[in-house]
Write a new protein. Sequence first.
Length: 102
Amino acid sequence: MQTIQTSHIYLDEEGRAWIDDTNTKVIEVVLDKLAYGWSPEEMHYQHYGQLSMSQIHAALAYYYDHQAEMDAEIEREDQEIEALMEKAKDSPLRKRLREMGI
C-alpha cells in the first residue's frame, strides 16, 4: 500500500503553523471554529472563500493533532490581551477622554 502525504501546512521559523500558499495562520481558522462552531463548509462560505476545503480541513486536522499545545497558545494569547487591556485602562489618553466625558 502506498502512503501519500498532503499537508497544506508549514511551520515558520518561530514554529507557527500556516496554511501553504496563503497568508492565513492555522490558529486563525481554529479560533473561528472554536468561537462560532462553524463546520468547514460554513467557514469556507463565511470567511475563508480564498481557501480550498482541503486547506481548511488540513488546518483543523493540524489543530486536532496538536490540540494541547495550540490550546495552551490560545490561553497565553488571551492572558496577554487581558493584561494589555488592564494596563490600557489607566492610559493618559483614556484619562483625558473620561475627563471630556467621552
